[in-house]
Design a protein around this ligand. Structure first.
Ligand SMILES: [Cu+2]
Length: 313
């Protein structure tokens, strides 16, 4: 008879489980996401999300410590002894009024800070620089109101974000035809408004340090915004399970000084233009050579089969 392996003790299993959970948290670099509070520091809206979160969490912590404190103190102070019967007390008007009012005060506080912070999260902030990279005039401060969707003065860089299985595509405004994939390049200090949509299935735009998530849904356009407050790379990830390659659908926002953005924009426009010219040249050559073959009585499909591929995008 074969001998069965010795049973594993419960302690060993629990220790192994704890080690596995701790290990996966430690080594999944993106998972801690700021560990205690949401990631922030890249854009004013992300900062406001973080401060709102911190305020409410601190409040929760105070309540938690108070409740647990009273619980443990009571457990110690009034612990049962043999033969003792616990006093059966019912209804203490002062206590009941006390914790009802206390809970109401907490809710009022949470409501107040939420309504104070929400406009700064929802409404785009004023651009620091205008479309030419000049420091924006603050003379139009009269337009600043807390509930308007467009940034004060309507001055922003409007980028179209398009989710596709499994890549993000960005279309930039301006006189030239400029688009890019995965990496979005933006000037520091300029409010960026994103028009987010999708081509195929639902995706979700998410760069944690630059603010909240926004769904990318085919046929709909959702908006969100950010204003990079410093140069740097801000990484993100599609936040809606969109298919087998969802995990590879990363995004990155590269915030650069305005002059660098302008250089990148011009260079990118030139690259796209020359790639399209080259594509058009090759298509012409193909059609011509197939035409020549057909004239020679070649057995190839002839011009009928030479449909030029779509030049879009
Ligand atoms: Cu996706």
């Amino acid at each position: 008879m074969t001998k069965l392996p010795a049973p594993v003790s419960r302690t060993t299993v629990s220790l192994a489980l704890i080690a596995a959970i701790a290990g996966s948290l430690l080594f999944a670099t993106a998972a801690p996401a700021g560990i205690l509070t949401p990631e922030s520091g890249g854009s004013p809206n992300a900062d406001k999300v973080e401060s709102l979160y911190t305020l409410v969490s601190l409040m929760g912590l105070v309540v938690f410590l108070a409740v647990e404190g009273v619980l443990f103190w009571s457990m110690y102070k009034f612990k049962a002894r043999k033969g003792r019967v616990a006093a059966q007390i019912h209804g203490n008007t002062r206590l009941e009024i006390g914790w009802t009012v206390g809970a109401a005060v907490i809710l009022v506080f949470i409501t107040a800070v939420t309504f104070l912070e929400l406009p700064g999260i929802k409404n785009p902030a004023r651009s620091d620089i205008d479309a030419n990279g000049q420091r924006a005039g603050y003379a139009s401060a009269l337009y600043a109101s807390t509930d308007q969707p467009a940034p004060p003065g309507g001055d922003a860089l409007n980028i179209k974000v398009d989710g596709q299985q499994y890549v993000w595509r960005y279309q930039y405004p301006g006189p030239k035809r400029v688009y890019s994939y995965v990496d979005m390049v933006v000037p520091v200090g300029r409010t960026v408004i994103l028009d987010i949509s999708a081509d195929d299935v639902a995706h979700s735009w998410w760069i944690p340090e630059l603010g909240g998530k926004q769904d990318a849904i085919p046929g709909y356009t959702n908006q969100t915004w950010f204003k990079a407050s410093k140069p740097g790379d801000f990484g993100g990830q599609c936040a809606e399970l969109c298919g087998r390659n969802h995990a590879n659908m990363i995004a990155r926002v590269r915030a650069v000084p305005f002059e660098e953005y302008q250089r990148w924009y011009d260079q990118r426009a030139d690259d796209i233009k020359s790639a399209q010219d080259e594509g058009a040249r090759q298509r012409r050559a193909l059609v011509e050579s197939e035409g020549a073959q057909a004239a020679d009585g070649g057995s190839g499909g002839g011009a009928g089969g030479a449909s030029a591929p779509d030049q879009g995008n």
